[in-house]
Design a protein around this ligand. Sequence first.
Ligand SMILES: CC(C)(COP(=O)(O)OP(=O)(O)OC[C@H]1O[C@@H](n2cnc3c(N)ncnc32)[C@H](O)[C@@H]1OP(=O)(O)O)[C@@H](O)C(=O)NCCC(=O)NCCS
Length: 432
Amino acid sequence: MATLDARTLPLDPTTTQTLAGSGFEYREVDVRSAEFSPFTRAIARGFLGEDLTDEQVESSRERVGGRRLTGVYDPHAADPATPVATVDSWVTALSLPGRRTVPMWAISGVTVSPTRRRRGIARAMVEGELRAAAGGGVAVAGLTVSEATIYSRFGFAPAAFSTDWTIDTRRARWTGPMPGGRLDAVDRERLRAELEALHDRTRASHPGDIEGWTGLWRRIAGLAPGYDERKVRGVLHTDDAGVVRGALAYSITQNDDDNAAATLTVLHLVSDGGDAYRALWRFALEHDLVATVTAPLRSVDEPLRWMIADQRAARVTTREHHWLRVLDVPAAIAARTYSAPAALAVGVSDHLGFAHGVWRLELHDEGNGTAQPIDAVADLTMSVNELAAILLGGVRASTLHTAGRIEGSRDAVATLDRAFASPDTPYLRIWY
Ligand SMILES: CC(C)(COP(=O)(O)OP(=O)(O)OC[C@H]1O[C@@H](n2cnc3c(N)ncnc32)[C@H](O)[C@@H]1OP(=O)(O)O)[C@@H](O)C(=O)NCCC(=O)NCCS
């Protein structure tokens, strides 16, 4: 898929005008310029981080190179070179049911200085991102969030969820099959390369996943400054044919009161096939001197549950993770495949206008769908948020119907449920 460079699209004139009306300047930041250091430091401050070292600034420069960086500046601020608000964005490939992808406008780094908060700056920036994305013909926008209360108002909804695990290893007891292949400890550079390659090879089978980037894998593999990098260790699984099928990045925290009760944290575990999955989890759960395994950001449907003797040895919490926003209904509907046929008129309300209207959906089993604007009474009505929630097949229309968020007959809802069901569980394996 040819990827659009988000930097080639102009800044949204409405946002420029709105912010200018409050005395702010809205402008793009060149990653190679001197403006980048205060820009990335403002993001660190916005997310409550420590001030960055020069080494961290350079690492961040490498990580976000190629993205569209936009800052809001206050010429009257004590330090006018530091933006009072930031956002960065780029176009990536979002995996969809049917092992298809659609271009997605990824939004990250949304911060507003605590000294300029609640004056509408974030609203102006986010709406500007959506208009820029729609203007560039990008069908969907996405983000991961610090708080679950911010983005619904812009038409986003959670479409993929994640789970965090804490496992008492002594109680859990491994009951999975003995996996084939071989495990090897590797250095962090090799770990990074394999995490990157495996993510890319497997992301099509996870609706909701997106492309990774080298700086992300450097951070996860412990190669980026400022992330406890020396604690990160890596193990690879290689199958009998000599192909690397899985990678585990982990760290261990010792327990000062009990040498045999350390905590192993699964920083990232990626597998291409069942053997690698089983081998890496067994490695973690049976690690000597470890009493607890924690694993953030796992799927809502982990086979791990079925490889331990006592499922209550695992505490699992679920959280919304990947928030999507539909900008172009026909393009989003045409991009994925469907599990059952459906022909329905769906009314979508969207106060920002992008997806608003009544749409005739013609969905074909094991094939694509079409959406065409029609002038008719809708069988079902929902807001653009619900459309985003069901897009990956991880949230059922019937659930939202019961919650009072989709209206229409039970039959129509059941038809939508069957069509939108996904054979692969939606799962975004990273933060962005
Ligand atoms: C979240 C943040 C970007 C909001 O910036 P802001 O300029 O104060 O937001 P705005 O004034 O544009 O607010 C827009 C709307 O969002 C609401 N809002 C803003 N921050 C919110 C929050 N943290 N929780 C819930 N609602 C929030 C506002 O009440 C306002 O609502 P309304 O216009 O519908 O009545 C800013 O507080 C921040 O930088 N926080 C720390 C970093 C962060 O969490 N970023 C988000 C990354 S996902």
